[in-house]
Each structure stands twice: as C-alpha cells, then as structure tokens.
Design a protein around this ligand. Structure first.
Ligand code: PMP
Length: 792
C-alpha cells in the first residue's frame, strides 16, 4: 500500500494492564489505576493517578519509524510553546526529563509517551449544532496557525491517510464488493487525477493534524459548543494545508438547505481565522470527496484483515458513503462558487490581487480617460509584473515634506513612506545631490573622501563591534551580500526567515521572502518560522515562542543534513504585520542561532535610521548586536543608496578570497546624499521627533480604537505603527476586506497608507520622520471619518 503499510498491517503492541501500570510507576513516578483504550494501531491506556490526575499512556506501534513519533512529540512540544491555550494534550516528561521513552517489548521496540488526559465528550456522541460547528472550525484554524512553525516531517515520510496520495488507492478500489460503489470510487479518483493532482504542487504546504474526525474532538461537558480537547496527532503530515480543512469537512456533511450548507459554514468559520486562498477553494470539494473515498477504501481493506477490530475500524464507513451520496448531487463548479460565496471571497476579496496587498485590480474602480490610458501604456511598455497601489491609482507629480501633490494639484498626506524619510525633496539633501552631481559622479575604485566621511559617520551609530560597511544600491543587494558572507563565514547554507518576511528581489533573497506568495519558490535551504505576533499568540510568552520556533527550524535543518548559516529578520517584522512588541523579544532566538553556529542578520531596511524613535536601529530595541545589518530605503531619502554593516571577522575570509565591486554602490553622489540625510536626521532631531510624535499618534489611535470596534490592536515603535482590523474583537478574526476599504477610503480622503500582514488586515502607518502632531491629528480625523462611513 505504501511505506507505512507496515504500520497499518501490524497490530498494536501487546501490553498487559499490569505492565502498563509498572511502566508509569517506574519511568514517570506516577502510581494509579489503568484502563485500556481502543486505538487502530497503537496501544493506549488511560491512567488515573492516586492524586486524581489523569493521563494517557501511549505505546506506539513497533513498525512506526522512531523519527515519525519524534516529530509528533516535537509538534506537541512546539504547540505548548506557541499556543498554550489550545486544548491539545501536553507531554509529561519521564523522571529523567525525557519526552519519549524507548522500550524493547516482546513484539518489537516501541516509543512510549505519557500525555495529559483531556476531559470532554467526543463529538460523535453529542448533538450537532451550528455554533458548535463554527467553534470547531475556528479551533482547527488556530491549530493550523500554531502548527505552521512545527518541525517538518522527514522527506519520504508517506502516509496513506494523506489524501494527496489518493491515487494509490486505485490498487485497492477493486476490493469493493458492490460494483456500482466501486465505479463511483473509480470515477472520483479519475476526477482527482485530472483536476486536483496537477494543482497540488502549487498549494501552500505545512504540517497538519490530518484527522479532525468526531472521535478526535472533545466538547466541553458544560458547554457542548466549545472544544475542550483535540486528540490523536498520529496522522500528522506535511502536505497542502487545505487538506486539513477537507478532512475536517468530510465529517461535516449534514442534510441542510444545500448539499454543502454545513461544509460551507465550517469552511467560512475556518477561513475567518486562518484565511484560505482562492486556489485552495478551487480544490476543496474534490479533496473532500477524495477523503471520503480514502475512508471507505482504507477502512474496508483494513477491516477485512483485522476482523477482531472491525467495528472500530469501520466506525466512519457508513457516514462516509452517505456523505458521498449527498455530494454526488452537485458539480465541481457549483460547489466552488457556493464555497467562495460562503467565505465572502466574492466581490472585492475575490478580485484582490493575491500577489500584493492593496494592489490596483483592473475593473474595481471607475477611471478617468487619462488614468486608463496611462495604465494601458504601463501595461504595454512595462509588462505584466508591475503593480500599482490603490483601487483608484494615484498619479503624483510633486512632493514636499510630508505632502504629495497629484496631477490636479490636490495635496495628499503621505503616511506611507520610509524612503523619503526626512521628507520629500528635502532641500539640504537635494542641494548635496545636485552639487556633487555637478562635480563628479564615479565609483569606489578611485580614492575619494566623501565615501569615507560617510562610512565614518554611519559606523558611529553602530555598536563598536560593527566596524565595516560595504555599499550597495538596494536593500535586496545588501541582503544578497549578507547571504554570501554568512555562507562564507559559517560554512553553512541554511537560512531561517519569518513566515511573511520580505527581504528583496534578487533570486537569492526572493527565496528568503515567503510574502511573495506560493508561486515564488523559497530557497531549498530556507526554513520559515511564525513571526512573534503577541496579539495572535494571546497569553503566550512571545519571545520564548519565537526562540522555540527558531530552535525547531535549526533542528529541522540539521535533520536534513543542512548546516545553519543565519537567521535573518526585519527587526520590526513589517511585512509580518508590524510587530514591535515586546522589546527584547529577539534575545532567545539570536542565542539559538549562534549556539548552532549561525549568524544573526538584522534587516534594517524598514525600521532603520531613527524611525523607531527610542533608537537609531530596530535591533537595538531588542538588546541584541547582530553580526550583520542590512540598510536600504531611508538611507538616501529617495536616491538609491544601501549598505551592509558587519563585524570585521565576518568578511575577513571572504575579502581574502573574493573581491566586491558594485558599480553604483557608494558612488560619489550616493555618498554625498547619504551624508546629507544623516545630517538632517541629526540637525532636525528626527529620531526624537519620531519618538514624540509617534507616542502622540499612538495615543490618539488608541482613543479612536475605543470608539471603533474594528480596530482590534494598535501597536507601534516611534513612527512605525500598525493597526489590526478585525471582524470581532473577542475572536480577533482578521478582516482584510474592511482593511482594503479603509485604505482606499483614506486614499479618497487624501491620505496615503497601505496594509500588510499575512491576512492583509494590518494598516501600515509609516510617515516621513518630519511628521508633526498636526499631521497625526489630520490622519486620525480622516480615519475616523472613513470608519464612520463604512457599514457596520
Ligand atoms: N528588506 C526589507 C525588510 C524590505 O522591506 C525591503 C523593501 N521593501 C527590502 C529588504 C528590499 O529593498 P529594495 O527594494 O531596496 O531592494
């Protein structure tokens, strides 16, 4: 059947009750009574300790590879760190502090674990109602959110219960005795082959629970709408995320106003917590049918082999056939449209450009003849890869300070520009630029003082260990160079980034940028960790959760034979949703990468040059000193200047073996401009201004949030602010549609901002550092106006 056929073929370890009792006492120091539980392939006991606490003692099937059990254990440990509120079993360590015990039993060796026992009524035993269904779906969304950073299973770990392998069922479909049923199963597998199989590789993948069936979900006895336990992580696998939802939905088929009514309710509640992508909804219907087919084929086959366990194995078989009958009454396109509508992916959301937040989508707004013709020209000349901001794009002709002026002379407040960081067309910078351009524009292969004057002044802002700076033209080039140096210094090739990171546009750093979407490949040696999101993680210790995720990523790289080279983070996690808090959160993660022989690279392209107010650089808020710091955007106030700052030893060997030359990097004009920018930051006290105005701005937004429930969270460091837009404050469900409406509403009210974050629901507020309190008042007044005009 597959490599894991041995697990499915072999029966559960034979352990007597007495032996189980002995093992808990001896290895875990717990004495109590034992009760045997049913399980398909493991041997499980419920333990009631003498102190009244209850546990589950699990003996893994001896044919289960040790590495597979280890991954399940690691995933549970990971969730304990990142999602302490999720109702999943927690691992009880042995007396020696181990999370697993390896025992040689008469019928083979087994991995033994002790877990907390979760109280509750299994879902299959309680009445089903709508509120309960939605809560289960949300809980699954949270579970998948937490599992995103879990260690990846080993390559080649293949599970028959993973429906991406559904086509392998063909070999067993012939065993279905009823000819009509057999033909239906074959027809569904044909559909899978033609429609789903070619799309699988383009769907985003992660570790999933993979068996959200009613026997594995416990409901709180005092409130049957609330999930009190999620059981059985034995089918966990890394596979397309939407398979998780398909598996869960296959148990949610009930008679209703439409054959998909209950599935749609479940999917939309899941989508509200863990947003789905249109490509995922395209295949959901076929995947649900594939899961139902998997259930009937695999359980039929196993029941024939293990007649003694037949009732347990076949428990989900009749409802699976009934569900297949119900779904047969509709076609794929009807199903897709119905699900898309239920998830409110219609209208603006369906017409969103999934490759960029706040991108112009043709057809979404009425354009003037002039605008339409400019857009047509762009498309014709620049091709299809460029995007414009806003539903109704802005044509800007001039800038001054915090204001931009459109072609009709309207002033637009620029609250979204960390490039023109000291204000548009700052006279001191413009003068330095034009003066130097009129004298000499040449490269760093000639002796010239300005580049040295600038390097000296710039390095003066860094911790003493960081003593060299190399010049580039873009943030992407800086990060690209940082990758080369990290590889050369450590001999490693593995990089760790956050899940919605953006580090630039070269081939190498696009591979470090998951925010570019599933169609842009991540580097083979890249591991992705969840960003430290305090709002989403609730009560968890964010710093510890982040450290644990980075450690899991390091372990995973090693498990695949990859030596870590570096952890790279934008120190304000701008594309991950603007996550400045708590200060100090990077400590543990930086310690972990260094302990693994890797480097820490701070990407300061977004927060650098005084924006965070309290410090010149974002990393300083976290009390860490990076091995390398990449600089970009605000460095030249619009002129392309960028750079990489580093400890001398990081570049020492590289410098001996290779040379570095960047034609325009650090050229005489670039150096003069960058020097002038630093002078403006100093003479105008812009870092202090960022602190003062940033705090004022933040307080006013906090006050506004008291009047508008859609503002779920306001967070900031200096003049870098994020406002999370939610559907409901209690559930914190992201509201990307409303966010887009706010961004475009502000644009129509002469204020330019954008949105960010994995769910595209965080207002990203990042004005020039010359922003004043009056500018902040103007913004808040306009935001208030836009929010008041939106339907509640
Ligand atoms: N890193 C971060 C954090 C960025 O935000 C960006 C640009 N948005 C880059 C790197 C790439 O900079 P550039 O566009 O100058 O190549």
């Amino acid at each position: 059947m597959s490599e894991t056929a041995t697990v499915l073929n072999s029966s559960a370890p034979a352990i007597s009750d007495d032996r189980a009792r002995d093992i808990v006492a001896r290895f875990f120091g717990i004495s109590g009574s034992v009760l045997r539980l049913t399980s398909e392939r493991d041997r499980n006991f419920r333990i009631k300790a003498d102190d009244g606490r209850e546990y589950v003692l699990k003996f893994a099937n001896s044919a289960e590879p040790v590495a597979v059990t280890r991954l399940q254990t690691d995933a549970l440990l990971h969730m304990e760190k990142v999602a302490p509120d999720l109702p999943v079993p927690r691992i009880i360590p042995t007396r020696d502090g181990a999370s697993e015990l390896h025992l040689d039993l008469a019928d083979g060796s087994s991995v033994v674990r002790l877990l907390t026992f979760l109280e509750g009524e299994p879902l299959h035993k309680v009445p089903r109602i709508s509120a309960q269904r939605r809560n289960i779906a949300r809980c699954l969304g949270r579970l998948d959110w937490a599992l995103r950073g879990a260690p990846h299973p080993l390559p080649g770990h293949e599970l028959q219960w993973d429906i991406k392998n559904a086509l392998k069922l063909r070999a067993h479909a012939g065993a279905i005795p009823d000819a009509a049923r057999r033909r239906r199963v074959e027809g569904i597998l044909d559909d899978f082959e033609a429609f789903v199989a070619p799309r699988l590789s383009s769907l985003r993948s992660q570790v999933i629970h993979n068996d959200f069936n009613p026997h594995n979900i416990l409901m709180a006895p005092n409130d049957l709408t609330q999930v009190s336990g999620i059981l059985d992580f034995g089918d966990m696998v890394e596979t397309p995320l939407v398979i998780e939802l398909a598996v869960a939905c296959s148990y949610q088929v009930s008679a209703g106003s439409h054959p998909l009514a209950t599935i749609a309710e479940f999917a939309s509640a899941y989508h509200a917590v863990n947003p789905l992508e249109p490509a995922e909804l395209e295949v959901l219907f076929d995947l649900i049918r594939a899961r139902l087919v998997t259930t009937v084929v695999v359980t039929g086959w196993r029941a024939a082999r293990y007649p003694e366990n037949r009732d347990y194995i076949l428990r989900n078989n009749p409802p699976a056939w009934a569900a297949l009958d119900q779904l047969d009454s509709i076609g794929r396109e009807e199903a897709r449209d119905y699900l898309v509508k239920a998830c409110a992916m219609k209208g603006s959301a369906m017409k969103r450009d999934m490759t960029m937040v706040n991108a112009f989508v043709p057809g979404n707004a009425a354009l003037s003849e002039h605008e339409a013709s400019l857009i047509e020209r762009r498309q014709r000349l620049l091709g299809p890869a460029y995007r414009l901001f806003y539903a109704r794009p802005v044509e800007i002709v001039r800038g001054e300070g915090v204001w931009l002026y459109d072609a009709s002379g309207n002033a637009l407040l620029d609250v979204y520009n960390n490039v023109a960081s000291v204000g548009h067309c700052h006279p001191h910078v413009v003068k330095a630029l034009s003066r130097q351009a009129a004298i000499l524009s040449t490269n760093t292969r000639y002796l010239h003082e300005t580049v040295l004057d600038y390097a000296e002044k710039l390095l003066g802002y860094f911790p003493a260990e960081l003593r060299h700076v190399m010049f580039t033209c873009t943030g992407s080039e800086s990060n690209d160079l940082a990758m080369r140096l990290a590889r050369a210094k450590t001999g490693g090739t593995g990089f760790i980034v956050t899940e919605c990171a953006y580090h630039g546009t070269t081939s190498a750093v696009a591979g470090l940028s998951p925010s570019l979407g599933v169609n842009v490949d991540l580097g083979e040696h890249v591991r992705v960790v969840p960003a430290p999101n305090r709002y989403r993680l609730g009560t968890a210790d964010v710093a510890e959760a982040f450290r644990a995720s980075v450690q899991s990523a390091i372990d995973d790289l090693r498990r695949h034979g990859i030596k870590p080279a570096a952890l790279i983070v934008d120190s304000i996690f701008s594309s991950d949703g603007v996550l400045p808090e708590p200060a100090g959160l990077l400590h543990g993660a930086v310690g972990a990468i260094r302990a693994a022989g890797g480097l820490f690279i701070a990407d300061e392209v977004q927060p650098g040059f005084g924006r965070t107010g309290s410090h010149m650089w974002g990393f300083q808020r976290h009390g860490v000193t990076p091995d390398m710091v990449s600089l970009g955007k605000p460095m030249g106030n619009g002129y392309p200047v960028a750079g990489l700052v580093m400890r001398p030893d990081v570049v020492e060997d590289f410098g001996r073996k290779a040379r570095y030359f960047n034609t325009f990097g650090g050229n005489t004009v670039a150096s003069a401009v960058a020097l002038a920018v630093l002078e403006v930051i100093e003479t105008e006290g812009l870092q202090e201004n960022a602190l003062k105005v940033g705090d004022y701005f933040r307080q006013n937004l906090d006050q506004l949030a008291q009047r508008h429930a859609a503002l779920g969270d306001v967070r900031s460091a200096g003049l870098f602010l994020g406002v999370e837009i939610v559907k409901d404050r209690a559930t914190r469900i992201a509201d990307p549609e409303r966010t887009a409406e706010i961004v475009n509403g502000l644009r129509e009210n002469n204020v330019l901002i954008s949105a960010t974050g994995p769910a595209a629901n965080v207002l990203k507020i990042r004005p020039p550092l010359t922003f004043s309190k009056e500018n902040a008042d103007f913004f808040v007044e306009r935001l208030d106006r836009v929010l008041a005009a939106l339907p509640s």
